[in-house]
Write a protein that binds this ligand. Sequence first.
Ligand code: ASP
Length: 306
Amino acid sequence: MTYALAIHGGAGTIDKSKMSPQLEKEYIKGLEDAIYAGEKILKNNGSAIDAVCAAVCVLEDHPLFNAGRGAVFTSNGTHEMDAALMDGKDQNVGAVAGAFGPKNPILLARKVMEETDHAFIIGDTLNDIANSHNLVIKPKEYFFTQQRWDALQETLKLKQEGKVSDDPAVRHGTVGAVALDEKGNVAAATSTGGMTGKLPGRVGDSPVIGGGTFASNQTCAVSATGYGEIFMRYTAAADVSSRMKFLNEDVQTAATHIVMEELLPNDGTGGLIAVDIYGNISMPFNSSGMYRASVSSKSDLVVAIF
Ligand code: ASP
């Protein structure tokens, strides 16, 4: 019996010279905590969907990652969070966009999947769902981090001068997880604050099924991170699966093709994580770094940034 799990905490121009040993340690610890939370479930014969939710919740609770607590600000200085999860067993999905309040947007997406007749919900209904299912709600202050606020001020200033920041890692990021459980089911979960200074109402690729999140027991589970508009336009996550299904590519070939041959030439900086139904893991990226970790019943723990 095989299980496998991979997680990411965002990709971008991660400047090694700006990464102090202390900060690097904090990122690594965050990734380790998340992967252990997910692996514990898989080791105990738990489901892939539970494992990806557990791993993503840890990353959402961590102030350094752009999701949940560490989410970036919109141009109005507010938070709007997107999240989605997909169960490869029946291709059931739950997605939310523009959410604010729930401590863990991925759990809100799960409620959409399990407690409503719908796949994707936005707006005030999300608050009703969160309240009626007793999700933990946090006030504005919980989601304030100085580093994200400073990034917004810098982005707004550059915008006024007609420039763009040369450090996308400060402006965006996302967290995600993909898993294969011992019953042979795959699942994917992705959660994000989006892009710093985004227009209110902007939705990225993360909650768009086939864009930033996809899972099917026919092929694999995928969670992406990067320049969302491009990932969406190129249906990045679904295309990894389609290449495997229709071209008989293995997960590594399919995932690398999408990241290097489809996204990169089209300004789609970032990367993705994928796990296939045999437990093979692929984590390609075309930026200078991607916070990532993986483990499986047949391979050792890997935690890496660059
Ligand atoms: N893909 C996310 C978005 O566009 C951002 C990221 O992953 O860096 O909202």
